[in-house]
Ligand binder design. Structure first.
Ligand code: ADP
Ligand code: ZN
Ligand code: ZN
Length: 737
């Protein structure tokens, strides 16, 4: 070995919070390597694919103990340097093992060591210059051979069939060894054009939209965070589109993040309809190959626009010009397991690293973003008017304390629905609970069908009939007898979307009732088919969960009926109110988006609840101000920073005992200014057969909190007790359960 031995410091997919040192591949001792390149390495008896973080001439381990990497898999870094830096920052900020965090930046196929190339296609090419004079070929064979000569890049089987040749013709040529197959990377179409970008003309912006576009456009090429707060139907998408147009004119790419359920064909359609450039889409419904292709399109700059859910933020882009986070308040931007990052917060970090503006768009900002805008950390853009002729919907609280409810529907609500239908309008009925009923209860003794693995009731489903735990997915046939008293007097209690749908069918037998929830949209294309029925049809009733709340534009909907406005009013989660308000305004925003005025009817048992009143009488900003005031008084985020340590174990009490030990460890570290709350059992203690507990860490000083968490995680990694439970650290937790 030479004196200046190269040491490769790699991030490997491992739960350990450290780098792993290797010697370069044996046949590449003197090559130079770049951080971000992938390496295949031996690891125990397995091989793993890791990312190079750094090359140095020093290892903390004896050189003799280091193994050689097997191979370098990339010519260029798979994760470019600036993104690698963001990955390292995020691993450290979210207290997650670096190798595992960086894995999230790679599509699955690259994690498995596949080439960073588009799908390969088998193509036929001619093997000889011309057909031999002696071995006379049939005319069809001569024609096909001529075609292959005319297409030196090769022709696929499909292309050959399309040209009118049967498969026998190519086979005959092959047997004579006149043609052979090659495998070639087939890149999808790409474009670097900056003129003829538009397929349709942009709308004429109103003043508020125009000043939003101007404000952001004046910062292209620089970092700046914008909070674009536009009421529902204010035309935020048009603002995005016109901004993207300016970005494309500069030869740059746009990255658009949307919530999990907001990525409908309609959303993507609006971008594809406007621009002639390739639009790549990344979401959870893609297979591994499709994911890699979209990733490559963005990385090579072939796609000018990348639209995707959370993880799209981690995709390299050749020349990004803007990042847009639509519905920034949405919870799906925070990953709830493993690498618990917030794509919204990381969008700001990435925009800074790429020197581009980032636009956080929403009608109902998260309290955190609202606060940042108030403090002028974010540039606040507001659109208070709806676009076009649309007027804001009128809200009405419907006090159901004295009302007889049939399947959760009150008589005045039904009357209103009927009137709207008679006028040829569409109605949206919102209930954020799927299934037929949330519980099955014994009328005689009060027994309820519970999940054997969770502290939760089983939801009753009728289509198909079964009991289903929505927390662990456990399923069982519907009980016919009470387990406790043996009687057969079992009744569904409460209503979910299936029950509402059934009831509405009874009341409105001639009306098309369209249910949209996770169950009705499970099959591929199902959502699109249901939405087509809404868009093409006349009067109808849409029944659904929050899947209906986001992004959809239903011009014919004039009435939104919210069956249970109280869900969330008395939540144990300090964000309960915030989430409820956002959901109510989002759903309400589906109403009256075109020429016909919209109404929103909300059934409630708390018609005089001051916050509910405030929300509908004074609007979201007044609500947000009050919420901030409350959070300040109670010392909750954004006035304080949180880290939640969760643990779970099969044996009851073990997770809590473990966290008690963690608490003592924290105290032993002697870091000032971090308050420890707990341990306590999680609000739903038992879930999927495990008992769960949590310890909350809070501090005014982010640095102290960070210091404590990083020392603690290193200690826990080496701790024997910690191996007997599942534990995790959640920085800036969104869900406290
Ligand atoms: P948001 O996302 O803010 O809820 P959308 O972007 O879906 O709103 O826009 C709502 C409707 O208003 C869409 O049909 C859109 O085409 C229309 N729209 C947007 N901007 C304008 C405008 N400047 N003039 C006329 N119609 C507009
Ligand atoms: Zn369960
Ligand atoms: Zn009973």
């Amino acid at each position: 070995m030479s004196e200046t031995q190269q040491i490769l410091h790699l991030a490997l997919p491992s739960p350990l919070r450290r780098r792993f040192d290797y010697l370069p591949p044996k046949d590449g001792e003197n090559d130079s390597y770049l951080p971000g390149q992938r390496f295949r390495v031996p690891f125990g008896s397995r091989t793993l694919v890791g990312l190079l973080l750094e090359v140095s001439d020093h290892s903390d381990y004896p050189l003799a103990k280091l193994r050689h990497a097997e191979a370098c898999l990339d010519l260029q870094p798979a994760v470019p340097p600036h993104l690698l830096k963001i990955g390292l920052w995020a691993a450290s900020y979210y207290q997650h093992p670096v190798g595992d965090a960086l894995c999230s930046f790679l599509p699955v196929l690259l994690r498995k060591g596949e080439k960073a190339e588009f799908a390969h296609q088998k193509l036929w090419v001619a093997s000889v210059d011309q057909l031999p004079e002696n071995g006379r070929s049939a005319p069809k064979q001569q024609q096909l051979f001529a075609e292959l000569k005319a297409h030196p890049q090769g022709l696929s089987n499909d292309a050959i069939t399309a040209l009118g040749f049967s498969s026998g013709v190519i086979r005959a040529l092959k047997e004579k060894q006149l043609v052979h197959q090659i495998s070639r990377e087939t890149a999808p179409p790409h474009s670097h054009q900056t003129d003829n970008l538009l397929l349709e003309s942009p709308l004429v912006l109103n003043d508020e939209q125009a000043s939003a576009v101007d404000a952001v456009a004046s910062k292209l090429g620089q970092f700046q965070t914008f909070l674009l707060q536009g009421v529902t139907g204010s035309g935020k998408t048009e603002v995005y589109l016109q901004l993207i147009e300016k970005v494309l004119q500069r030869g740059r790419q746009a990255l658009v993040l949307v919530p999990e359920i907001g990525l409908t064909p309609q959303t993507v359609g609006r971008f594809r309809q406007r621009f002639s450039v390739p639009v790549a889409v990344l979401h959870s419904g893609l297979n591994d190959r499709e994911r890699l292709d979209a990733w490559l399109q963005a990385e090579r700059g072939d796609a000018s626009i990348l639209i995707g859910t959370r993880s799209a933020l981690l995709t390299p882009m050749q020349s990004p010009g803007i990042i847009i986070v639509d519905e920034e308040h949405d919870g799906s931007f925070k990953q709830q397991e493993g690498f618990r990052y917030s794509a919204r917060d990381m969008a700001v970090i990435r925009a800074r690293a790429e020197s581009v503006p980032v636009v956080l768009g929403t009608a109902t900002p998260s309290i955190e973003s609202y606060y940042n805008a108030q403090l002028q950390r974010y540039h606040w853009l507001q659109i208070k008017q709806r676009a076009g002729n649309a007027k804001p919907p009128a809200f009405e609280l419907l006090d159901i304390r004295q009302q007889p409810l049939e399947d959760g529907l009150s008589p005045p609500l039904l009357m209103e629905v009927r009137q709207q239908l008679e006028q040829g309008n569409q109605v949206l009925v919102f209930l954020n609970r799927r299934g037929f009923a949330p519980t099955l209860m014994c009328h005689d003794c009060g027994w309820q069908a519970d999940c054997p693995q969770c502290d939760a009731h089983m939801t009753l489903h009728r289509q198909p009939a079964h009991l289903h735990c929505h927390h662990c997915d456990y399923q069982a046939p519907i009980s016919l007898r009470c387990v406790k008293c043996g009687c057969t007097n079992l009744n569904p209690v409460g209503a979910g979307t299936e029950r509402t749908e059934e009831a509405l069918k009874r009341y409105f037998p001639k009306t098309d009732i369209i249910r949209i929830d996770r169950d009705s949209t499970r099959r591929k294309e199902a959502m699109k088919k249901l939405l087509d029925r809404v868009h093409d049809g006349g009067p109808c009733i849409l029944v659904g969960t929050q899947m209906l709340a986001k992004g959809h534009h239903f011009p014919k909907v004039t009435l939104v009926a919210i069956l249970d406005a109280d869900a969330g009013l008395f939540s144990a989660d300090f964000r309960g109110m915030e989430k409820m308000s956002q959901l109510i305004l989002q759903v309400a925003g589906r109403s009256g988006r075109a020429d016909r005025p919209g109404r929103v009817l909300m059934q409630t048992l708390h018609a005089d609840h001051p916050r509910l009143r405030c929300l509908i009488d004074e609007g979201y900003n007044t609500f947000a101000e009050q919420e901030l005031e409350d959070r300040k008084n109670a010392q909750l985020p954004p006035f304080i920073h949180l880290a939640l340590i969760r643990a779970e174990a099969v044996a009851q009490g073990r997770a809590e005992a473990f966290l008690q030990m963690v608490r003592v460890m924290c105290e032993g570290l002697g870091i000032n200014g971090v308050e420890l709350l707990g341990p306590m059992p999680s609000p739903m203690e038992k879930r999927a057969g495990r008992y769960r507990a949590q310890l909350l860490l809070q501090s005014h000083d982010r640095r102290s909190l960070h210091q404590l968490c990083s020392q603690l995680t290193l200690m826990l990694e080496a701790n024997k007790q910690a191996k007997k439970v599942r534990w995790s650290v959640d920085i800036d937790p969104l869900d406290m359960f």
